[in-house]
Each structure stands twice: as C-alpha cells, then as structure tokens.
Write a protein that binds this ligand. Structure first.
Ligand code: NAP
Length: 244
C-alpha cells in the first residue's frame, strides 16, 4: 500500500510509535524515527530491518530546528517525505492541587507545540509537491478529559483543533491532516499506571480488553495511505468502544 513512500514518525523508538513504524515498513514505506531516546531508537532501527528500511535522527519535537533536521535526514535517506506522524509524547499526571506549572508546560510543549512544529515543517515541504499525509496522535483524554490529566487532556484536545485548522489550510495543496484518538493501549507509557486506575479504565471498555499498539498503527496506515484519499480533518477513535 505504501511502496516507495518516505515516512517520519516522532517518538518512534518504542510503544505506539514503533508499532506505527513497523506497520509502515510492512506496507513498503521507509521510515525515519525522530526520538530523544537514542539507544532504544537505534535498537528499533535494527528491529525494522536496518538502514535500508529505517533510520534514526535525534529529535526533541519541542525544537523546530531539530524537526527540520529530522525531515532533512528522511529526504536524504529515502526521498521527499510523503507521510509525517506526530506521535511523540509523555505524561506528568497529577491533580490540579498537586500539578506544578512545569508539569503543565512540559506536557503541552511536547504534545501541542511538538505537533505544531511537525505539522508546520512537514506541510512546508509537502506543499511544494502538492501531496502528503500528516497523522497526529491525540487521545480519548482529549475528548472526555481525565482526572489527573488537565495538562494531557488540554494538549490532546488542542491537537484536534490544530488538526482541523491545518486540514482546512492545506487541503487545496493536496495535503491531508487527520488525527487518531487511542484509548487504553498497552505500551511502556501505561505499564506503570496504578492497578486501580487500570481496573477503572477496563470497566469502561465495551470490548473488555486493552488495545495493542499494532491496532492503533493499522489505523495510522489507513490514514497515511490512499485508502483514505477523501478524508481530511477526521478524528478516528481506536478505543474498543470506550467513550463512543
Ligand atoms: P511511550 O511508550 O512513552 O513512547 C513515547 C516516545 O516518545 C518515547 O520513545 C519517548 O522518548 C518519546 N518522546 C518523549 N518526548 C519526546 C520529545 N520531546 N521529542 C521526541 N520524542 C519524545 O508512549 P506511547 O504509549 O507509545 O504513546 C505514543 C503516543 O500515543 C503519545 O502521543 C501518547 O500520548 C499517545 N497515546 C497513548 C495511549 C496509551 O494508552 N498508551 C493512549 C492514547 C494516546 P523517551 O522514552 O526518551 O521519553
């Protein structure tokens, strides 16, 4: 489905990002991972089949110049970028009473500013070729809001607004911008969640199980591919029916 396409995945060293990179490669794309975690990302490149299939570029998505270098690396390795996935993320959970301003800024910076950096830089290059697909990873937290996640819920809801605004701006240049809202997915990010929080989330899921990173990745592949050629500004939930 993606033979010959050049793709970038931020935060692709592990978890959902790595699953997305794996699914893109499986469909014929070549992927550059932009991540902070160099050791884990280099291992990911090996897992994806080595240099012919994937590369790594050290990237903090909060830094616009590093995002530009990430795109340069992808262009040099695999040609002009067709697919850009804004996936990098982190959590700093606490109730409003306990959350520091630093915790709020850190989460908003990585998710919202990072996604804006990615959309802006990728779109500037894609518009010259009048083609491209950008996929932003939001969260169900951005739809319903989670206790202890005022920072994360705000950032993930912000990504929805950003996705729709960018989709409207870029449609006439042949660039599509869509978002995915995963629910409760088994990754290193959710591994450390307290047991009572996990149980509470499970009770809300009609399909009665956690999702896998591969199940999120399949939807990203769909949005990245021509299978979704008439879709832009869409927000697809991958949550086992939770909060439908
Ligand atoms: P993860 O396992 O923690 O992976 C996130 C990756 O992003 C890590 O490799 C991390 O590197 C990297 N990263 C963090 N800050 C970065 C930055 N400033 N610049 C570049 N890379 C950075 O998380 P995940 O569960 O796969 O989540 C991936 C995305 O899905 C996130 O946007 C998350 O919010 C979203 N999501 C996850 C779930 C879920 O249930 N897991 C649900 C909804 C949405 P370090 O390890 O060095 O920090």
């Amino acid at each position: 489905m993606l033979s010959g396409r050049s793709a970038v995945v931020t935060g692709g060293a592990q978890g959902i990002g790595l699953a997305i990179a794996r699914a893109l490669v499986a469909q014929g794309a070549r992927v550059v991972i932009g991540d902070l975690n160099e050791a884990v990302a280099r291992q990911a490149v090996e897992d994806l089949g080595g240099d012919s299939f994937a590369r790594f570029s050290l990237c903090d998505v909060r830094d616009g110049a590093m995002v530009e270098r990430l795109l340069d690396t992808a262009e040099e390795a695999f040609g002009p970028v067709d697919i850009f996935v804004n996936n990098a993320g982190l959590t700093r959970d606490a109730t409003l009473r306990k959350m520091s301003e630093e915790d709020f800024d850190a989460v908003v910076d990585v998710h919202l500013k990072g996604t804006w950096n990615g959309v802006r830089a990728a779109a500037a290059r894609m518009r010259e070729r009048k083609a491209g697909s950008i996929v932003n990873i939001s969260s169900m937290a951005g739809k319903v809001g989670n206790i202890g996640q005022t920072n994360y819920s705000a950032a993930k809801a912000g990504i929805v607004g950003l996705t729709k605004a960018a989709a409207k701006e870029l449609a006439y240049r042949g660039i599509r911008v869509n978002a995915v809202q995963p629910g409760f997915i088994a990754t290193p990010m959710t591994e450390t969640m307290p047991e009572h929080v996990k149980q509470q989330k499970m009770a809300e899921i009609p399909m009665n199980r956690v999702g896998t990173a591969a199940e999120v990745a399949n939807v990203v592949v769909f949005l990245a591919s021509d299978m979704s050629s008439y879709m832009t500004g869409a927000v697809l939930e991958v949550a086992g029916g939770r909060f439908m």
